[in-house]
Design a binder for this molecule. Structure first.
Ligand code: FEO
Length: 399
């Protein structure tokens, strides 16, 4: 069923109820949607397609409103297959349509689909406008939000920002609008989306948000290409993106650890006790038992990281090694941290953690805590004190 989102603008996308792993890296506990929008005017525009296996759903929804053959423009805001997979099927039905996209997007589409030479492309850039009759589409390039080819389409007369991946969430729902479902789920999935898709590009995101603000364009609705549409108070998601892009987080500590024989695990729990006793929110997870994409969300949402591993072969356990490597790529801003861990003889994990945290741009604010074999009662007290000290630093740092 298509859904009206503004006068003569309709959601015609597809719902993927069963997606549980996006990009083969990112768990999607709530499934997802691939959102496409149809703008009906003297000329008809389709903004974004859907993932290829869902082409039939898209075309069925378009045909509820108008024959697909009548489409004049297909805007491809971003070429990744979850938004362009159905493009060949659309072009088969509407061969006279012109594809509007950035120069990089055209390049990527040509490599992804080796299209028929008859496909008509028109490359657009920031500020370009295309009139459909009464409505005008204006284009805003948004490189690295989250691919180099990404752009937004702004429908001027409706103050409607079709933002593609930016501001979206992986949620499959029978509802189409944020204000129709439990908002806690929306915020949780927004954070996970940002942490797993956009985190390394926060500098560019901040500049793009400033550019949108400075342009003064009114934004009444933000309709992303995944999940629910922000039709009420869209400024809230713009503000939240700025908050995350600036590396801000609330007073919260994340204890990420892995343990071989529960000695490092016992240290972790004592550290958690210390943070709690100091009155600061804390979350802990054993990395080898936790979905990595949820772990990165906890990194985004926490001011401090306390990271611990047992030592094996003079280094960290495998799940910790993977976490630290990913952290170097994410380069989280404005985090403070320290390390801990137990070892049997040679040690090494704590030093590896500290070095990796520094390489990730995280500020290590105190020397790591190491114990040999099993922590003694006195050493567990030291762990509690470490938790308290980090909690105190979190309180001092503000957000
Ligand atoms: Fe939702 Fe970058 O694709």
């Amino acid at each position: 069923m298509h859904v009206k989102i503004a006068d003569d603008v309709y959601w015609v996308g597809a719902i993927d109820w069963n997606l549980r792993l996006y990009h083969h890296t990112y768990s999607t506990h709530h499934g997802t949607s691939y959102n496409s929008y149809l703008i009906m005017d003297d000329k008809i525009a389709l903004v974004d397609a859907v993932y290829g296996p869902f082409a039939g759903e898209l075309i069925g929804r378009i045909n509820e409103i108008t024959p697909t053959e009548r489409i004049s423009y297909v805007v491809v805001n971003h070429s990744e297959p979850d938004h362009s997979g159905a493009l060949p099927a659309i072009m088969e039905l509407a061969p006279e349509a012109t594809i509007l996209c950035t120069a990089k997007c055209r390049d990527y589409l040509e490599r992804l689909y080796y299209p028929d030479p008859d496909w008509k492309f028109s490359v657009v850039k920031t500020g370009d406008e295309v009139s459909l009759g009464k409505k005008t589409m204006r284009f805003i390039e948004a490189p690295m939000m989250h691919w180099p080819d990404s752009m937004f389409t702004y429908v001027k007369e409706d103050s409607l920002l079709l933002s593609n991946d930016a501001f979206g969430q992986h949620i499959a729902s029978s509802q189409r609008f944020v204000d129709e479902i439990d908002e806690a789920v929306v915020w949780e999935e927004e954070a996970k989306y940002f942490a797993n898709t956009l985190y390394p590009f926060v500098g560019l995101i901040k500049r793009k948000l400033d550019e949108i603000k400075d342009s003064g364009i009114p934004i009444k609705t933000i309709a992303p290409s995944h999940g629910l549409i922000w039709r009420k108070e869209p400024q809230r998601i713009l503000d939240k993106y700025m908050y995350w892009a600036e590396g801000r987080a609330k007073e919260r500590v994340f204890v990420a650890y892995d343990t071989m024989w529960e000695s490092t695990g016992a240290m972790a729990m004592a550290i958690v006790d210390g943070v709690q006793e100091a009155g600061v929110e804390v979350r802990a997870c054993r990395l080898s038992a936790t979905d990595p994409s949820d772990v990165y969300t906890d990194v985004l949402l926490s001011k401090a990281l306390i990271v611990g591993s047992s030592t094996v072969n003079n280094t960290v356990l495998p799940a910790m090694a993977a976490f630290l490597e990913e952290l170097k790529g994410l380069r989280p801003k404005n985090k403070i941290a320290c390390a801990f861990g137990s070892h049997g003889w040679g040690g090494g994990a704590v030093k590896v953690i500290e070095k990796s945290l520094q390489q990730a741009g995280v500020e290590v604010i105190q020397p790591g805590l190491t114990v040999r074999h099993k922590p003694s009662p006195e050493e567990l007290k030291e762990c509690v004190e470490l938790g308290k000290r980090i909690a105190g630093s979190v309180k001092q740092s503000g957000n």
